[in-house]
Design a protein around this ligand. Structure first.
Ligand code: PLP
Length: 431
C-alpha cells in the first residue's frame, strides 16, 4: 500500500519548495529536499519521485536519534504522558516528569552540578548559560564582566547570544558581526597529542589581558562540531579549568552534541567538571526538542545575589512534560542497552571503514572519535553529488563545507556500519 504522504509526494514538494524554509536555505533558489514518509530502526523511509527508498540514517538526525526511530520504549513513554498531560506552564507549577528528569540528570552528571534549567532547545540553553555567567559576576559584585572567552572553530547555536560566541571566521553568522556582543577568541585547540603548552600560553595571556571584562569561558569539550568537526586534546580542558579558577571565570561546557555517550564518555564533563553544562539533542533520543542547563550551588547562589535576585529566563515550553517523560525513558534505555559497548562497537567499525581513506586523493584528514567519523577533504564538498552518491549506497548523509561525516545511532548494526563507511567513501570520491 502506498504511504498516504508518498501519495501526496509531488504536491508536498511543490508547496515545500515555494513556501517552506529549511536550515540555511533560500526561497528563491531552494536546495533540493527529499520527502521522508517514515522512519524505523536506523532507517529513514524516503519517497523519491514515487520510488520508496529505505536508507540508513548516518546522521542520527543531527546527533539526536541515538536509539534510532520508532523505539518502543520511547513511543510508550510519549503515549503514556500524552494521556496524562501534554503541556502545562512551568511558572508556579511543577510536575513529576520534570522533577524526575532533573533528579536523574543531577545523579548522572558530576556531583557539583546540582541545579537544572530545562530549556526548549540547544540554542536557548546556551543563552541561559551565558546569562547565568553574567548574573554570577553581577552577584559577585563584578557587573563589568560581560564577555565570554571562546574558541576559534566553535559553534554554539544560531540565536544572537549563541552567534556571538561562535567562530566568526566560519562565516555562518558573519553578516551579523556588527550587532553581536564582542567576545574574546582564543586559538583553536590542538589535536590530541599536539602542542597543548603552546596553546595554553596564548589562552593564559588572553585571559590575563581581559580579566576585568571576562565573565566566563564557553567551549564544546573534546569535539567542536558544526564549526569544523575538530577533535582536540582533553588536556586543553584542564588548562581551561585552571584559567577559570585563577581569574574567577564561569566555565561553561556545551555538550549539546558531545553529551550522552557520543565521544565515548557519558559526558566529557566527567573528566573535567565545568560550572555550567549544557545538554540537548540526544537528551530525548531525538524525539522532542528539549535541552538542560546544569550548574553548581555556587553559581546558583551568586545568581540569587544579582540585582534581580532571580535567573532572568522562562520560556513558554520550559520543562515540557512530553519531552521530559521521553528524556527519562531515553536515559533508561541508554543505561539498559549498555551505551559504552555500543559506542565502542560503532567506533571500531568507523575506524576500520574510514581509516583506509586517509591519504586518498582529495582527503586531507580522517578523524574518528567515539561514534563520530569525519572525512576532511582538501576542497569544498559538492554537497548534492556527495549526498546522491551516499544515497546510491543506501545511506543518508549531510556533508558541509569540506566535510563528509557520520554520527550513526548507537544501535546501528555491523552491516549497516559497513554500508555507512562505503557510502562515505563513495561520497568522498565524487565530492
Ligand atoms: N551547541 C552545539 C555544540 C551544537 O552542536 C548545537 C546544534 O547543532 C547547538 C548548540 C544549538 O542547538 P539547537 O540547534 O538545538 O538550538
Amino acid at each position: 500500500t502506498l504511504d498516504p504522504d508518498a501519495a501526496r509526494g509531488a504536491d508536498l514538494l511543490v508547496f515545500d519548495r515555494e513556501h517552506l524554509w529549511h536550515p540555511y536555505t533560500s526561497m528563491t533558489d531552494p536546495a533540493p529536499v527529499r520527502l521522508v514518509t517514515g522512519a524505523e530502526g536506523v532507517r529513514l523511509h524516503l519517497d523519491d519521485h514515487g520510488e520508496h527508498l529505505e536508507v540508513v540514517d548516518a546522521m542520527s538526525s543531527w546527533w539526536s536519534a541515538i536509539h534510532g526511530y520508532r523505539v518502543p520504549e520511547l513511543d510508550a513513554a510519549l503515549a503514556d504522558q500524552a494521556g496524562r498531560m501534554a503541556h502545562v506552564m512551568f511558572g508556579g507549577l511543577t510536575h513529576a516528569p520534570a522533577v524526575d528528569l532533573a533528579e536523574r540528570l543531577v545523579s548522572i552528571t558530576p556531583d557539583p552540578l546540582q541545579h537544572v534549567f530545562l530549556a526548549d532547545s540547544g540554542s536557548v540553553s546556551v543563552e541561559v548559560a551565558i546569562k547565568m555567567a553574567l548574573q554570577t559576576q553581577r552577584g559577585q559584585g563584578r557587573p563589568e564582566r560581560t564577555r565570554l572567552l571562546t574558541l576559534r572553530g566553535g559553534y554554539h547555536g544560531d540565536t544572537f547570544g549563541c552567534m556571538s560566541v561562535c567562530d566568526p571566521v566560519g562565516g555562518m553568522h558573519s553578516m551579523f558581526t556588527e550587532v553581536l556582543a564582542p567576545q574574546v577568541f582564543a586559538e583553536r585547540p590542538p589535536a590530541p597529542g599536539g602542542d597543548v603548552e603552546g596553546w595554553a600560553e596564548g589562552v593564559r595571556r588572553l585571559a590575563a589581558e581581559h580579566t576585568d571584562e571576562l565573565a566566563g569561558i564557553i567551549v564544546e569539550p573534546r569535539l567542536q562540531g558544526a564549526g569544523g568537526m575538530w577533535v582536540y586534546d582533553d588536556r586543553c580542558l584542564v588548562v581551561l579549568r585552571e584559567i577559570a579558577d585563577e581569574h574567577g571565570l564561569v566555565l561553561i561546557f556545551d555538550e549539546i552534541a558531545t553529551g550522552l555517550g557520543r565521544t565515548g564518555d557519558l559526558f566529557v564533563s566527567s573528566q573535567v567538571t565545568p560550572d555550567i553544562l549544557c545538554l540537548g539533542k540526544a537528551l530525548t533520543g531525538g524525539y522532542l526538542t528539549l535541552a538542560a542547563v546544569l550548574t553548581t550551588s555556587e553559581v546558583a547562589h551568586a545568581i540569587s545575589r544579582s540585582e534581580s535576585g532571580v535567573l532572568m529566563h522562562g520560556p513558554t515550553f520550559m520543562g515540557n512534560p512530553l519531552a521530559c517523560a521521553v528524556a527519562l525513558a531515553s536515559l533508561d534505555l541508554l543505561a539498559a542497552r549498555g551505551w559504552e559497548q555500543d559506542v565502542r562497537r560503532v567506533s571500531s567499525a568507523l575506524s576500520a571503514g574510514l581509516s583506509p581513506l586517509a591519504g586518498a586523493p582529495g582527503v586531507a584528514d580522517v578523524r574518528v572519535l567515539g561514534a563520530v567519523g569525519v572525512v576532511h577533504l582538501d576542497h569544498p564538498v559538492d554537497s548534492a553529488k556527495a549526498t546522491d552518491a551516499a544515497l546510491r549506497e543506501g545511506v543518508w548523509i549531510r556533508p558541509f563545507r569540506d566535510l563528509i561525516y557520520t554520527m550513526p545511532p548507537y544501535v546501528t548494526g555491523e552491516e549497516d556500519l559497513a554500508r555507512i563507511c562505503r557510502a562515505v567513501a563513495a561520497a568522498a570520491e565524487v565530492a
